[in-house]
Design a protein around this ligand. Sequence first.
Ligand code: ADP
Ligand code: MG
Ligand code: MG
Length: 248
Amino acid sequence: MLSIKNLHASIGDKEILKGINIEVKAGEVHAIMGPNGSGKSTLSAVIAGNENYEVTDGQVFLDGEDLADLAPEERAHKGVFLSFQYPVEIPGVSVTNFMKTAINETRKANGQEEMPANEMLKVIREKSELLEIDRKFLSRSLNEGFSGGEKKRNEIFQMAMLEPKLAILDETDSGLDIDALRIVANGVNKLKSEKNAIIVITHYQRLLDYIVPDFVHVLYNGRIVKSGGKELAYELEEKGYDWIKAEN
Ligand code: ADP
Ligand code: MG
Ligand code: MG
């Protein structure tokens, strides 16, 4: 589904990604781990089409299509979802209204009709129950005064509603207490299917107790320096990142 080939990306004249190769198939969960400053967020931003980064070499393919010329919203319409490490506040727009707009824009971009209002309400009810989100929360202004946990839960709610083909969760676990972490992870696990893929970016192994990855990649200094199964996450938890730094 997602095929990243020899991806190089820079910001200004600083090269941050230095030749990334990753293959993600439908149905798989991949974890990307690594020390701070390795390029994890840059990689997710480049996949999502963030125009602050310049791709200087290599390609990102989604279902065989080179995404190079597609704007971030076009990528989103094709099913790429990136959670935000620092989500924006939109005063006066409720969580529900934001979701309705996002869903209908996606449908429109894919040549579909708007979702009928009653169906929309039904889906919103189902997904919010799945993620243990209460009614009051749905009528609040987007991200305004949200706690860290509420922001994260809202991101997962957006993901549940949009049912993306490829979901990238960038440090969705940071700032979550253990209950919020469990709810977010349960939500992600319930959304997993044979048709979609998930990339979980995390600094810590903790989240991976709940969202069990098929593959773990270690990103360091702009390169994937190690890949393995879920046992690699435990090894990192135990040994830290120093040995990775020493080897590279
Ligand atoms: P990670 O998510 O692994 O912590 P990032 O992708 O955020 O790493 O950052 C990788 C490197 O790129 C860091 O050295 C960071 O300082 C640099 N970097 C990221 N974004 C910018 C930016 N907008 N301007 C300058 N440097 C940046
Ligand atoms: Mg960072
Ligand atoms: Mg980051």
